[in-house]
Write a protein that binds this ligand. Structure first.
Ligand SMILES: Cc1cc2nc3c(=O)[nH]c(=O)nc-3n(C[C@H](O)[C@H](O)[C@H](O)COP(=O)(O)OP(=O)(O)OC[C@H]3O[C@@H](n4cnc5c(N)ncnc54)[C@H](O)[C@@H]3O)c2cc1C
Length: 285
């Protein structure tokens, strides 16, 4: 970490980097190929779409590196946007559906940025007493330390998530294939049995080109799905193409009507501009 009194250029010289690495790899022959100064940012775009222009990845959000979630978040943006663009371009959904993209992704990535900043505060403290206390506590009880440093991905929230939804769906591995490979890039409706599908197959296939199945029809890739439904007292689940659960419950007919309306109607959002800056730690070499 670059301190106020340190000069960035001098710190990234091969000699300086060698000196910093030496205590950890004593006597090893190391070739420094590249060194750079990175600025840690906590940045979040307020506007993710203006008409036909959409931003994703680091253009929409940046975070300190402590959770390794920068690119992961960009991939989630792409997964969120891809199916919505597909529906809009095929004129299945109105362009207003794209407004849910920034709303959903903004809320989600904000929580990850906040968590990354919090981790940075633990890791990057420059107060020797605070650092010593942190180290003492971590060395004394690894379980407590692990709990304190626990991170789990936030649930997805927004208008396109109904009861029982928001978590990433499970990804069982069948006979060499993952459930994703079986479902493809579309909505999936999975019922505990035929009755749970409530004769809605035609509606889902016709209107949203969905993959509709029962657990028993799925075969080996359905491993654990019955228990997944049971744990949620659900008989059916609607999974979005980005693999977030849209809804899980017992009344698929009611949920389907609401889900189809949400997708088909979209919702227009007021446009706000600029980028929000979140207070974060300093720089690292
Ligand atoms: C040291 C380091 C370690 C990291 N580790 C992790 C990690 O472990 N896990 C993780 O998830 N993330 C990690 N990240 C973050 C990750 O690298 C970024 O979040 C990710 O690369 C962002 O991808 P992007 O496509 O949005 O943007 P970029 O990778 O920045 O790509 C943008 C591209 O657009 C190009 N471009 C810019 N302006 C223009 C223009 N006007 N016209 C045409 N092209 C243009 C740029 O040249 C660039 O190629 C790390 C980052 C760093 C720096």
């Amino acid at each position: 970490m670059l301190m106020d009194e340190e000069d960035g250029e001098a710190m990234r010289s091969p000699e300086s980097v060698q000196r910093m690495i030496e205590p950890w790899l004593p006597g090893e022959a190391i070739t420094i190929e590249r060194s750079a100064i990175y600025n840690f940012h906590g940045l979040l775009a307020r506007e993710w779409r203006r008409d036909r222009v959409l931003i994703a990845g680091d253009a929409a959000h940046q975070m300190p590196p402590f959770l390794g979630q920068g690119m992961c978040s960009g991939l989630r943006d792409a997964a969120n946007l891809a199916w919505k663009l597909d529906l809009v371009l095929r004129e299945v959904a109105p362009i207003a559906l794209l407004d849910s993209y920034g709303e959903e992704r903004g809320q989600h990535v904000r929580k990850i940025i906040e968590a990354a900043i919090a981790f940075g505060q633990i890791i990057c403290t420059v107060d020797p007493d605070v650092a010593a206390k942190r180290d003492r506590e971590m060395l004394a009880d690894a379980t407590v330390a692990a709990q304190r440093m626990a991170f789990s991905l936030p649930a997805l929230t927004g208008d396109l998530v109904l009861e029982g939804g928001g978590e990433l769906f499970v990804q069982p591995l069948g006979s060499g294939r993952r459930l994703d490979d079986v479902i493809g890039h579309q909505f999936a409706i999975i019922g505990a049995d035929e009755r749970a599908l409530a004769d809605l197959t035609d509606l889902w296939v016709h209107r949203l080109d969905a993959f509709v199945t029962t657990v028993s029809q799925l075969g080996p890739e359905a491993q654990g799905l019955s228990q997944w439904l049971l744990r949620r007292s659900a008989t059916a689940v609607i999974v979005r193409p980005d693999r977030y659960v849209l809804w899980a419950g017992r009344d698929l007919r009611h949920a389907s009507k609401r889900a189809a309306r949400l997708v088909h109607d979209g919702k227009r959002r007021p446009i706000r501009s600029s980028v929000e800056t979140m207070p974060t730690a300093r720089q690292g070499v």
